[in-house]
Design a protein around this ligand. Structure first.
Ligand SMILES: Cc1cc2nc3c(=O)[nH]c(=O)nc-3n(C[C@H](O)[C@H](O)[C@H](O)COP(=O)(O)OP(=O)(O)OC[C@H]3O[C@@H](n4cnc5c(N)ncnc54)[C@H](O)[C@@H]3O)c2cc1C
Length: 630
C-alpha cells in the first residue's frame, strides 16, 4: 500500500477510507481530480465492521445504482461473494432486491487493490484532526502528526470515528471501532465552525467459532444455484464456493438472561449510552425490553469468509458483558457448546446534522467541504457508499468548475436518500427502506442502468467499454419489447391458458399467471434470455409505471420552482414563526423540497409559492442552476 505524502497539488482530499471514502476517492480521481485519501489505517480500507452482507431490501437497489453510475461497491462485492440470493422475489419487481454475503478479508483486499491501481489517487496514512478554513472556504486538513495537506475540496467520510466510544458492560473505551483510535479533534473543529453535532449509537453481535456449532438442528438457507452478480459488468460466474447460512430462534432462557442482566447493560442499568440506536437493527437487549410480547426473535448465523474461523450471529447485537453474551449464546439451539471468539459491543459517535448540506453534499456553511456516510447520521455500508459516490463526484465537479450532480427522488434511491437527509434531518440512524421511495415502481433493481448510466457517462465515470455494453443491453431490451408487442400467439398456445384471439406475446405476459419461462421459445433468436426477462418486467409493470409517471410529472412542477438561496422567510409575514424557522434552517432549494420539510403544511407551501412568484414576477421560476439530473 502506497503511503506517499504529496499534498500541495491535490484538488480533492477525502478523509476516511471506509465505504463512503472509497467511492468518493475513486470517483474524484476517475473524474480527473488529483486526490488524496487520508485514512487512519490504510490496511483496513473498506472494512466490513459488522455484518458480512451487502444489499438486501432497498439497499440492494442502492448498490445497483452505485454500479450504474460508475461506482465500485457492486464490482467489489461480486468478486468476493460467497452467498447470494434475491429477497422479496414473490412480492414483485419494485421491491425485489439482491443480497450477497462477502468474504470479509477479500473485500478489503479487492477494495485496496482498486485504490492502489487508480491513477491520480494517493493514500496517506494519518488521522485528520483539524480543518484549515479561511474566508468561509476549506483550504485543507491538519493531521494529528502536525502535517497539513492542502486542497480546495475536502470530503469528510469518517464513519463512527468522531468522538467514538465503545461499550461492553462497564468497559468504556475511546475507540472509533474495536481496537481503532477515535477521531477527537475533528469533532471539535466541526463544532467550532458552527456545525450542529449529535450522538448516535450502533452495535455489533458476538462472533463464534464455526466449528463449535451443531448446524444440523438449524434451518439452512441455501444460496442461489445460479450466479447473481450485482454489477452490470460482472461475468455471470461464482466468485468462489457458495456457502449456506442458518437460522435459529431465541427462547425464554435467552430472554430471561437478558432481563436478569439489564443492570449490567450500558444501555439500560448502567445508563452509559446517550446516543440513539438504529430502529431497524435493534440490540437483543432492546428487542427483549421493547418487544417483550414476542416470545422469540430470529437469529441469522452467517459465515464471514471462505477461510474465516468465525460465524456472525446476526440479530444478536449486544453490549452486555462478555460472560453474559456467552451464556446467552449457549441458550440457542445448536449453540450448546459454542466457543465465542469475539464479544459484541456498542459504539457511540458524533454525527453532523445533514440539513447543513446542499443535495450535492457540499456543506452550506463552508465552501468546498463535503460530508458523506455515517457522519451524516446514516447506518449501513450501502447508504455510506451511495453518499460517498455523490460527494466524490461533486468534489471533482467543483474542482473542475463544472455543475454539481443532484439526483431527484424520481431518478433513484440515492436521490431519495440524499433528499431525506438534507430536507428532513436525522434524529435516529437512517436506514434506506423501499417505503421511503414514493416512486419505487420506477426505481427497480432491473432498470438502474437505464436510469443512471447515461448520467454516469455524461459525467465521465462510464468508460467506452461499459458504455458500449450498456448500449447493447438497451438495444436488446428495446428489440425484445418490440418483438413481444408485435408477435401474435395462437389463443391456446401459452401455458395452457386461453387468450383472446389476436393476443400478442406482450398481452400474454401481462397476465400474472404467465411467466417469461412459458414463452421464452417464442422470442426465437430475437432476444437473449436476460433481455426477454427484463422485457417481461417492463411489460408487467407498464400500467403502474404510467400512473407513477403522472405523479412524477405533478411533483416535477414543484421541483421546477427554485427557491433563492438567500430567500428571507421572515419577510413572509403570513407564515407561522415555526414554519419560518424550519425553512430558514433547512433552506430547501425548490418548492417541492420545501413541502417535504417536516412540519411544513400545504398552506405554508402555498404562501412560499406566492411570495416567490411575486419576487420572480413570472409564472414559473427557472430550474435550479447547474443541476445535472437523470
Ligand atoms: C460496531 C459497529 C456495528 C455496526 N453495525 C451495523 C449494522 O448492524 N448494520 C449496518 O448497516 N451498519 C452497521 N454498522 C455501520 C457500518 O459499518 C457503517 O454504516 C459503514 O461502515 C459506514 O461507512 P463510512 O464509510 O461512513 O464509515 P466507516 O466504514 O466507519 O469508515 C470510516 C473510515 O474513516 C477513517 N477515519 C475516521 N476518522 C478519521 C480521521 N479523522 N482521519 C483519517 N481517517 C479517519 C477510519 O479509519 C475508517 O477507515 C456498524 C458499525 C460498527 C462500527
Amino acid at each position: 500500500m502506497t503511503t506517499v505524502l504529496r499534498g500541495d497539488d491535490a484538488a480533492v482530499i477525502v478523509v476516511g477510507g471506509g465505504h463512503a471514502g472509497l467511492e468518493a476517492a475513486l470517483a474524484a480521481a476517475k473524474l480527473g481530480a488529483e486526490t488524496l485519501l487520508v485514512t487512519g489505517d490504510p490496511d483496513r480500507i473498506c472494512t466490513l465492521a459488522c455484518n458480512p452482507s451487502i444489499g438486501g431490501s432497498a439497499k440492494g437497489q442502492l448498490v445497483r445504482e452505485i454500479d450504474a453510475l460508475g461506482g465500485a461497491m457492486a464490482a467489489v462485492t461480486d468478486r468476493v461473494s460467497l452467498h447470494a440470493r434475491f429477497l422479496n422475489e414473490s412480492k414483485g419487481p419494485s421491491v425485489r432486491a439482491l443480497r450477497a454475503l462477502a468474504d470479509k478479508p477479500s473485500y478489503v483486499r479487492v477494495a485496496a487493490a482498486m485504490v492502489a491501481t487508480q491513477p491520480r489517487l494517493t493514500v496517506v496514512r494519518g488521522m485528520a484532526e483539524d480543518l484549515d478554513v479561511s474566508a468561509g472556504a476549506v483550504r485543507g486538513v491538519v493531521l494529528a502528526d502536525g502535517r497539513t495537506l492542502r486542497a480546495p475540496n475536502v470530503v469528510l467520510a469518517t464513519g463512527t470515528f468522531l468522538g467514538g466510544k465503545t461499550f461492553r458492560g462497564d468497559e468504556v473505551r475511546a475507540e472509533g471501532r474495536f481496537g481503532e483510535a477515535p477521531a477527537v479533534g475533528l469533532s471539535a473543529a466541526l463544532a467550532r465552525l458552527g456545525f450542529p453535532l449529535g450522538r448516535l449509537k450502533t452495535g455489533t453481535p458476538p462472533r463464534v467459532d464455526r466449528t463449535s456449532l451443531d448446524l444440523s438442528i438449524m434451518v439452512e438457507q441455501r444460496p442461489s444455484s445460479t450466479p447473481l452478480p450485482f454489477s452490470y459488468a460482472s461475468p455471470p460466474a461464482f466468485a468462489g464456493p457458495q456457502l449456506s447460512c442458518w437460522v435459529v430462534d431465541t427462547n425464554d432462557r435467552t430472554h430471561a438472561l437478558v432481563r436478569e442482566n439489564l443492570h449490567r447493560s450500558p444501555l439500560y442499568g448502567l445508563d452509559l449510552i446517550r446516543g440513539i440506536g438504529p430502529r431497524y437493527c435493534p440490540s437483543i437487549e432492546d428487542k427483549v425490553v421493547k418487544f417483550a410480547h414476542n416470545p422469540t426473535h430470529q437469529i441469522f448465523v452467517e459465515p464471514e469468509g471462505w477461510d474465516e474461523p468465525t460465524f456472525y450471529v446476526g440479530g444478536f447485537s449486544t453490549s452486555l458483558p462478555a460472560e453474559v453474551q456467552l451464556a446467552m449464546l449457549r441458550t440457542l439451539p445448536g449453540f450448546e457448546a459454542v466457543v465465542m471468539l469475539r464479544a459484541g459491543y456498542a459504539v457511540e459517535y458524533d454525527f453532523v446534522q445533514p440539513t447543513e448540506l446542499d443535495p450535492s453534499l457540499e456543506t452550506r456553511r463552508v465552501a468546498g467541504l463535503f460530508h458523506c456516510g455515517q457522519l451524516n447520521g446514516t447506518s449501513g455500508y450501502e447508504e455510506a457508499a451511495a453518499q460517498g459516490l455523490i460527494a466524490g463526484i461533486n468534489a471533482a465537479q467543483r474542482a473542475h468548475r463544472r455543475p454539481a450532480l443532484r439526483l431527484g427522488r424520481e431518478t433513484s434511491y440515492i436521490g431519495v436518500l440524499i433528499d431525506d437527509l438534507v430536507t428532513r434531518g436525522v434524529d435516529e440512524p437512517y436506514r434506506m427502506l423501499t417505503s421511503r421511495a414514493e416512486h419505487r415502481v420506477l426505481l427497480r433493481h432491473d432498470n438502474a442502468d437505464l436510469r443512471l448510466t447515461p448520467v454516469g457517462r455524461e459525467l465521465g465515470l462510464i468508460g467506452d467499454e461499459a458504455w458500449d455494453a450498456f448500449s447493447r443491453r438497451r438495444n436488446a431490451l428495446a428489440a425484445a419489447r418490440r418483438h413481444a408487442e408485435t408477435t401474435r400467439v395462437p389463443p391456446d398456445a401459452v401455458a395452457g391458458i386461453r387468450l383472446p384471439a389476436g393476443s400478442t406475446l406482450a398481452d400474454a405476459l401481462r397476465r400474472p399467471d404467465v411467466a417469461i419461462g412459458d414463452v421464452l421459445d417464442r422470442f426465437g433468436g430475437s432476444a437473449d434470455p436476460a433481455s426477454a426477462a427484463r422485457a417481461e418486467i417492463e411489460i408487467k409493470m407498464d400500467g403502474y409505471v404510467r400512473r407513477q409517471q403522472l405523479a412524477v410529472d405533478r411533483a416535477a412542477r414543484d421541483e421546477a420552482v427554485a427557491l433563492p438561496s438567500d430567500l428571507k422567510y421572515a419577510a413572509i409575514r403570513a407564515l407561522s414563526l415555526e414554519a419560518r424557522e424550519k425553512l430558514d434552517r433547512v433552506r430547501p432549494r425548490t418548492l417541492g423540497a420545501a413541502a417535504r420539510v417536516p412540519g411544513i403544511t400545504p398552506a405554508d407551501v402555498a404562501l412560499v409559492s406566492v411570495h416567490v412568484h411575486r419576487l420572480t414576477a413570472g409564472p414559473t421560476a427557472p430550474s435550479p442552476a447547474g443541476a445535472v439530473s437523470a
